[in-house]
Design a protein around this ligand. Structure first.
Ligand SMILES: [Zn+2]
Length: 367
């Protein structure tokens, strides 16, 4: 880039606060990276060298190997801007770094491109624009707020799984999600001048949950609100059976299980704690731990009831997700009824304001 172009790019970057998000996209011991025109360097500022595709990287002691070379981190770029990591298409640059005992691949992605991708992974692009736009603002706010929380604690800003928000790289971009990100470009939710904690989830069964009940820590804009979902479309209810043997293994119960019951409920009727009674005593597990340890696929939400039938625990419930913040199927229903993105956000995060990213969000320089 010559100087004039650099200056213009810098001015644009300053005026719109262009942000790069560092997303941990994969974790493991071995990576295969492919691209049309790959180059590699070990540190920022070092000249890049050409790299043959596919390139294999492996964790070797305190290093990551690239062919015969060893280093603690690598930056791999693709001049075509479509590099794949273990088969998934990401942007034009990925870093491999060591994080504890594994190698983490970090995608350096433009904030708006990231938002368009998350919206496509979290919602169907066929949904009404107002729902996609509300999700765009929530996703943008969420990543920037998480980055502030994680700063200095991890070599990346955010994970890419359901534990954070789902990011599948370029594969989940579509015209609709790029337009939704663009229509809300740079907009975030704030409360008291700070970035809000913009939690969201798939679907509730009539009421959202308070952050205090779900996570043990509240915020004034994360209290229960009513929510009308189109039940038939959302596929709201579910039923699962889990063997008592599997329950005993998961929760390390000694002796025979005699009963499992909901011990406490939250104010919205969701499960706060579960009691597992056995010949060895009674074990109390929080609802959140019960769901996490059995798996989010097995126990999709905390709105459930329990019964025991012939050595099986029957879990019958409704909805999916932790229940805090924006309900995606609720946003869909509101948008279908004609609500705007702003009205959807005001409903699920009451008291917050939609504001442009401002100077209090410190721009971080990334390699
Ligand atoms: Zn809902």
């Amino acid at each position: 880039m010559h100087f004039g172009a650099f200056l213009i790019a810098s001015l644009v970057a300053l005026s719109v606060q262009a942000e790069t998000i560092r997303v941990a996209v994969a974790r493991g011991q071995k990576f295969q990276i492919e691209g049309g025109s790959l180059s590699i360097h070990s540190k920022t500022g070092e000249p890049a060298e050409e790299l043959d595709s596919p390139a294999i990287f492996e964790h070797v002691g305190p290093f990551i190997s690239s062919g015969d070379a060893l280093d603690t981190s690598w930056i791999i770029e693709d001049a075509d801007g479509a590099l794949t990591v273990n088969g998934i298409v990401f942007g034009g640059a990925v870093e491999l770094v060591l994080d504890k005992d594994t190698v983490v691949a970090i995608d350096n992605v433009d904030l708006e491109s990231y938002v368009a991708s998350v919206v496509g992974a979290e919602m169907s692009p066929s949904w009404p624009a107002a729902a996609l736009e509300a999700q765009s603002v929530a996703a943008r706010t969420y990543v920037l707020q998480r980055r502030e929380v994680l700063r200095g604690r991890a070599p990346y800003d955010l994970e890419s799984t359901v534990a954070a928000q789902v990011y599948k790289g370029r594969d989940s971009h579509s015209i609709e999600t790029v337009l939704a990100a663009d229509a809300t470009k740079g907009q975030v939710l704030k409360y008291g001048g700070k970035l809000a904690e913009a939690y969201f989830f798939s679907k509730c069964s009539g009421k959202t949950e308070s952050a205090k009940s779900a996570f043990g820590k509240g915020a004034p804009y994360l209290n229960p609100v009513s929510c009308e979902t189109d039940d038939a479309l959302a596929g709201l209810t579910w039923s699962k059976s889990i063997s008592l043997e599997s329950i005993a293994r998961t929760f390390q119960i000694k002796g025979d299980i005699s009963n499992i019951r909901v011990a406490n409920k939250t104010e919205t009727g969701r499960v706060a704690s579960v009691s597992i009674e056995s010949s060895g005593g009674t074990r109390r597990v929080t609802g959140a731990d019960f769901r996490r340890l059995l798996g989010y696929q097995v126990v999709p939400s905390l709105a459930f009831k329990l019964s025991v039938e012939s050595e099986q625990l029957i879990v019958e419930g409704a909805g999916s997700g932790h229940g805090v913040g924006l309900c995606q199927w609720g946003a869909y229903a509101m948008a279908k009824r004609g609500s705007s993105a702003e009205e959807i956000l005001q409903h699920f995060y009451p008291g917050t304001t939609i504001e442009p990213l401002a100077s209090d969000v410190v721009a971080i320089s990334h390699p």
